[in-house]
Design a protein around this ligand. Structure first.
Ligand code: UDP
Ligand code: MG
Length: 315
C-alpha cells in the first residue's frame, strides 16, 4: 500500500536517541490512522545507528533505511529522503526530538485544509546555548536582509510539504541545497505552525561552530549576490575618499610648507585598502568555489544500500 505520509529523518551518530525517536514517531503516526513510512537517512554514522534502525526494519514494514556511503551532511540527507519518499505528504523531522513529533497531526490538518507547505516556526528554543540561539536569531535576520527571496524567520527543516512541492524542489538542478530556502523559493500555499523547540533528547549537537559557519555561507551564497556588490560599493567609497585626500595633498604641496610628513597615514591607507581587497577576493572565491562545485555535477550524496523489510508480495 502506498503511504500517505513519508517521514524523513536524517541521522548522524544518533544511537542515543534513535530508539526513543522511533517509538514516539510510530505512536504519533499510528494515531493519525493513515498509511505512512519512516525513511531514516543514515548519513554515514560511525556508531550503532544503522544497526539499530536495521533492527526496526526487520519487524516493521513501514520503516526504510537509506545508508550513505559516507557522511555527506544534513542537507544531502534530506535531499536523499525527498528523492526516495513515496507519500503524498512529505515530512522532515530531526532525529533528536528537538522537533516534537506531536506537532505532526496539527501540520497534517493544515495540509488537509489545502496548504502545500506547513513549516514549523520556533516560538521558543529550549536547552540550547545562548550563543546558538543568539547566532541563529542574528543569522536569519541577516540572511533576510541579504536576499530578495522571502525566507521565513526562525524556521528549520521541520515541515510538511505536499507531493507537488517535493517534486518541484527535487527537480531543481543545484547541488548546494539550503533546503528551507528552496522550499520557500518554490512558492505554493505556505503557512507556519508555531512550536516550542525542545531540548535535545540525548547525545550532542552534530552542528559544531565550524559546520554552522559553512552552512551559513552556503545559505548566503545560494540566495544572494549582495556580498559581491560590496566590492563595488566599497571601491566607490574608497575612490571618493582617495580623491578628496588627493586634493588636500595637492593643496598642501602647492600652497604650504607642510609636505613630506604623513608616513603613518600612508601606511594606514595601504593596510586598510589591502585588507579590503583581500576580503573581497576571498568573498569572490566563495562564489567561484561554489560555481566550480556545481559545474562538476557530482551528486550531492551516494547511497550504499537501502534496507527494508522484504514484502511477501510486491505491490
Ligand atoms: N545530521 C545529519 N548529518 C550531519 C549532521 C547532522 O544527518 O552531518 C542530522 C542529525 O542526526 C539530526 C539533524 O541532522 O537528526 C540535526 O542535527 P543536530 O540536532 O545535531 O543539529 P542542531 O539541532 O544542534 O542544530
Ligand atoms: Mg538538534
Amino acid at each position: 500500500m502506498m503511504p500517505i505520509f513519508s517521514v524523513i529523518i536524517p541521522v548522524y551518530n544518533e544511537e542515543a536517541v534513535i530508539t526513543e525517536s522511533y517509538n514516539r514517531l510510530t505512536r504519533v503516526m499510528q494515531g493519525m490512522g493513515e498509511p505512512y513510512e519512516l525513511v531514516f537517512v543514515n548519513d554515514g554514522s560511525r556508531d550503532a545507528t544503522a544497526h539499530i534502525i536495521a533492527g526496526f526494519c526487520e519487524n516493521d514494514a513501514s520503516v526504510r533505511l537509506i545508508n550513505f556511503s559516507r557522511n555527506f551532511g544534513h542537507m544531502p540527507a534530506i535531499t536523499a529522503g525527498m528523492d526516495n519518499a513515496r507519500g503524498n505528504a512529505v515530512i522532515v523531522i530531526d532525529a533528536d526530538l528537538q522537533d516534537p513529533p506531536e506537532v505532526l497531526p496539527q501540520m497534517a490538518a493544515k495540509w488537509r485544509e489545502g496548504y502545500d507547505v506547513v513549516y514549523g516556526k520556533r516560538s521558543k528554543r529550549k536547552g540550547e546555548s545562548f550563543f546558538k540561539k543568539a547566532s541563529a536569531k542574528f543569522f536569519y535576520r541577516f540572511l533576510q536582509s541579504m536576499t530578495n527571496v522571502n525566507l521565513p524567520l526562525d524556521t528549520g527543516e521541520f515541515r510538511l510539504i505536499d507531493r507537488r512541492v517535493c517534486d518541484a524542489v527535487n527537480a531543481l538542478p543545484e547541488k548546494n541545497r539550503y533546503m528551507r530556502g528552496l522550499v520557500s523559493w518554490v512558492g505554493f500555499k505556505q503557512i507556519a505552525v508555531e512550536y516550542e523547540r525542545q531540548e535535545r533528547f540525548a547525545g550532542e549537537t552534530k552542528y559544531p561552530l565550524r559546520k554552522m559557519l559553512a552552512f551559513a555561507m552556503d545559505a548566503i551564497a545560494a540566495f544572494s549576490y549582495k556580498p559581491l556588490r560590496l566590492a563595488t560599493t566599497l571601491g566607490f567609497i574608497m575612490s571618493l575618499v582617495g580623491f578628496v585626500y588627493m586634493l588636500v595633498v595637492l593643496f598642501q604641496a602647492l600652497f604650504t610648507e607642510r609636505i613630506i610628513t604623513g608616513w603613518a597615514s600612508t601606511m594606514v591607507v595601504i593596510l586598510l585598502s589591502q585588507g579590503i581587497v583581500l576580503m573581497i577576493l576571498g568573498m569572490m572565491g566563495e562564489y567561484i568555489g561554489r560555481i566550480y562545485e556545481e559545474l562538476k555535477g557530482r551528486p550531492s550524496y551516494i547511497i550504499q544500500e537501502i534496507v527494508e523489510k522484504e514484502m511477501s508480495k510486491p505491490e
